[in-house]
Ligand binder design. Structure first.
Ligand code: SF4
Ligand code: SF4
Length: 357
């Protein structure tokens, strides 16, 4: 394990950029932490989160990773919100698939890494989405162990965090935010290459202990608990539970929860027609199971009520995914709780639905 300074972190970013790699990471924008193209990391940013509440705050220290998750997810770069699949020009079908660029994600949290591996299962499992697969093959994942939990995090309950699991190329741990240093571990050859590009001394044993202390403190900070055992059966046997009506009274069917969720993968297709040339481009874009159109079949909307749409979302994520992909669709990131305009909290809704009548 190596010990890096903030300058070493910047050296990593500079060397990735010099190699022509698109570096994506946190930046401050729209009063939140967003994921975007970066050439440096924001300093001293924190946040406060509660159901239906997110505020960016100043930490007054030198931390580069002292914030929790904002509304952005990494899925926007692997499964873009809108993507041209093919176009029809003069009666000829032409693929719109582009040569994938090399990307590096910096600051991927444990729950987000788990979300990427869930989407891998969706897009590169029994059926392969060629666009997703080619972007995924050209990706470097630089993860970071969380050094604090937000009020909405529950990754310890889902088993996806706060310690980064397998799948990252490099794992960072930020220690001592007032004057930080970084413990750096490689999980892959690409990670070793990144360490070799930056150098840095081998970490001392007491510094390695600091990594475990950071993770343990984050785990202890997590206020929210979520009972996952037997959850699929519990939800599927409670499809007529009266609490679905209670939550439907509050839910606006706005779809915010699905847009910020790092694992939701529903999409729809539409045609863009050029009014002059009459060329047609076939587009794929994110959709949400909260829209009426999403369940439009054979001349009718199947899920007409908000209740049926909320129930579909929750039971698919926490039960149907298990049947389809062999895992839950929730990694405990808490985004859907923070960004729900009415503060609906799936951990509380599930607890109510699991409560015996
Ligand atoms: S369902 Fe909510 S908490 Fe779970 S992964 Fe999606 S956004 Fe995060
Ligand atoms: S649960 Fe909240 S975020 Fe999701 S659709 Fe309903 S109101 Fe919108």
């Amino acid at each position: 394990m190596r010990r890096w300074t903030p300058t070493d972190l910047q050296t990593l970013i500079d060397s990735l950029l010099a190699d022509g790699i698109r570096v994506l990471g946190p930046r401050v924008g729209d009063a939140a932490i967003l994921y975007d193209e970066i050439d440096t990391l924001p300093i001293g940013c924190g946040d406060e989160q509660a159901p239906g509440y997110y505020r960016l705050t100043a930490r007054h220290d030198q931390s580069r990773f002292g914030y929790n998750l904002g509304p952005s997810t990494w899925k926007q770069f692997l499964f873009p919100p809108e993507e041209a699949i093919f176009r029809v020009q003069d009666g000829e079908f032409i693929s719109c698939r582009e040569q994938p660029e090399k990307m590096a994600f910096i600051g991927v949290r444990a729950c987000e890494l788990a979300a990427v591996s869930i989407q891998d299962r969706v897009f590169m499992g029994d059926f392969t989405d060629p666009g997703y697969a080619s972007r995924r093959e050209n990706l470097l994942l630089i993860a970071v162990n969380c050094s604090q939990a937000s009020g909405n995090c529950f990754c310890a309950s889902t088993g996806d965090g706060p310690a980064v699991g397998v799948g990252a190329d490099l794992i960072l741990t930020e220690v001592r935010p007032e004057d930080p240093y970084y413990l750096v571990e490689a999980q892959t050859e690409a990670g070793q290459w990144m360490i070799a590009a930056v150098g840095g001394p081998v970490a001392a044993p007491e510094e390695i202990d600091a990594r475990d202390e950071v993770i343990a403190a984050t785990r202890q900070q997590m206020q929210r608990e979520f009972a996952t055992e037997g959850i699929a059966d519990a939800l599927l046997s409670a499809l007529d539970h009266p609490h679905w009506d209670v939550v439907a009274e509050r839910c606006l069917a706005c779809g915010n929860c699905t847009q910020v969720c790092p694992t939701c993968f529903c999409s729809t297709t539409r045609e863009h027609v050029n009014p002059v040339s009459l060329d047609v481009t076939h587009m794929r874009g994110w959709d949400s199971c909260f829209t009426a159109d999403h369940s439009y079949l054979s001349g009718g909307v199947v899920r007409q009520s908000v209740k049926s749409r909320y129930r579909q979302w929750l039971t698919h994520k926490l039960a149907g995914w298990d049947q389809q992909f062999g895992l839950s669709g929730c990694t405990g990131c808490g985004r859907c709780i923070s960004w729900c305009p009415v503060g609906i909290d799936l951990t509380e809704e599930v607890a109510e639905i699991r409560r015996p009548l």
